[in-house]
Design a protein around this ligand. Structure first.
Ligand code: ADP
Ligand code: MG
Length: 386
């Protein structure tokens, strides 16, 4: 399964992209004080690039001569890796470009990808300083293999296609993620502070969630029997009414302005939490989907409908470290291959405010709020891991 970067590749330099403004601003020091000494011991060379602003890395990898590099390493948070993946996918030669092995060294505030790499190779990653974690990650990278990595293609409400490696957030987690950006100087602590603030002022959003279940979830029933699933029993018809362009790109999605194909399932609910992940962790202390691996071929959806108390929600957020939130009777879980989410509006006092449909985040980066859909692209990329 594992594909080694070849010996000749190993003699090529790594392309190292550093975001000096990530997290609390430690990425540059991490590079010089932790990464360089290890590269030098391991006899590895690199080409160093500091990003100058947002989308700098995206444009850089769009033009880069990828053949010159053994792999692309990112020293930042997850946002810079998101840029790199999208830059690669925007190239004319994207089918080969996206196979470039990617490595992540923690340098931002969440660093979910580094945590996932450590978690999936049974390495320690909790309770370390970011500097020690970066050194450990870098050391492991020197002897890593390229593992196939599932990516997810999103069609955004403005019709742009964006690729993602980690997560889709809506409702409380997206609100926390965006609102806590102003506490970036706190590093990882920013999420805890933001979560408490958002639980106190809890919001409920109405939305329509449609999905193609994984083969072992065809008979999926929510734990809460008050949640109704609309199953259309008519014959399966993929891409009903879809254009040829959509059919060539996607296996499951039909155009956003058309209804979902009639083999999809639909749930319309008032949601407190809606989170989709394709890697196990979204931060060092949030094991969102313990079953996820680099290439399990699925998206993992968790959602909570309205009705949960603030105390219960607080307790849940305190129990995400080992994935125990999934055992809670109010936390729903379903494994899917594709989904569509149509946000309807903020619910308060029985009224729906359609002018506020919440915030949407892909890999922790905000995207326009509106109907959005996604499909898993199994093993499309390659991630360096042990
Ligand atoms: P963090 O974990 O702190 O959020 P990220 O890697 O996610 O770190 O980066 C945060 C944001 O900064 C992303 O949107 C990324 O595109 C953007 N970015 C990248 N390079 C720079 C730069 N040099 N200056 C400012 N922002 C940048
Ligand atoms: Mg996965």
């Amino acid at each position: 399964k594992k594909r080694l970067y070849s010996h000749s590749d190993k003699l090529k330099p790594f392309l190292v992209l550093v975001n000096p403004n990530a997290g609390s601003g430690k990425a540059k020091n991490i590079y010089f004080e932790r990464v360089c000494p290890i590269f030098s011991e391991a006899n590895l060379s690199d080409v160093l690039v500091f990003t100058q602003q947002q989308n700098f890395a995206r444009e850089y990898v769009k033009e880069a001569k990828l053949d010159d590099f053994a792999a692309i390493l990112v020293i930042s948070g997850d946002g810079l890796m998101h840029e790199v993946i999208n830059g690669l996918m925007e190239r004319k030669d994207w089918p080969t470009a996206i196979k470039t092995p990617l490595g992540h060294i923690p340098g931002g505030s969440a660093n979910a990808l580094s945590c996932c790499v450590a978690y999936l190779s049974k390495e320690v990653f909790k309770g370390m300083s970011i500097e020690s974690f970066a050194a450990q990650t870098c050391f492991n990278l020197t002897k890593s293999l390229a593992n196939p990595l599932d990516l997810v293609a999103f069609e955004l409400s403005d019709r742009r296609i964006v690729h993602s490696f980690l997560s889709f957030e809506w409702a409380i987690i997206a609100d926390v993620d965006l609102e806590s950006e102003k506490y970036r100087f706190l590093g990882g602590m920013r999420f805890a502070l933001g979560a408490v603030k958002r639980i106190i002022n809890l919001r409920v959003y109405r939305g329509r969630f449609s999905f193609v279940p994984a083969d072992d979830y065809l008979d999926y029933e929510p734990k809460d029997s008050s949640i109704k699933i609309n199953r259309q029993k008519s014959p399966i018809d993929f891409n009903d009414g879809g254009s040829e362009e959509m059919e060539s790109k996607f296996k499951h999605l039909s155009p956003l302005d058309k209804p979902v194909p009639n083999n999809w399932l639909t749930i319309e609910e008032d949601f407190v939490l809606f989170l989709v992940t394709y890697l196990p962790l979204i931060s060092s202390d949030f094991l969102a989907s313990p079953q996820a691996t680099f290439n399990d071929g699925h998206m993992h959806v968790i959602f909570i409908k309205q009705g949960i108390t603030k105390t219960e929600l607080l307790k849940l957020f305190a129990n995400t470290e080992n994935g125990d939130h999934l055992k809670h009777h109010l936390v729903e879980y379903v494994k899917v291959k594709a989904f569509r989410l149509e946000p309807i509006g903020l619910v308060s006092n029985g009224q729906v405010d359609t002018s506020n449909r919440g915030i949407m985040m892909v890999d922790g980066e905000s995207v326009p709020t509106g109907p959005i859909q996604a499909e898993i692209m199994p093993s499309l990329g390659n991630i360096l891991a042990n």
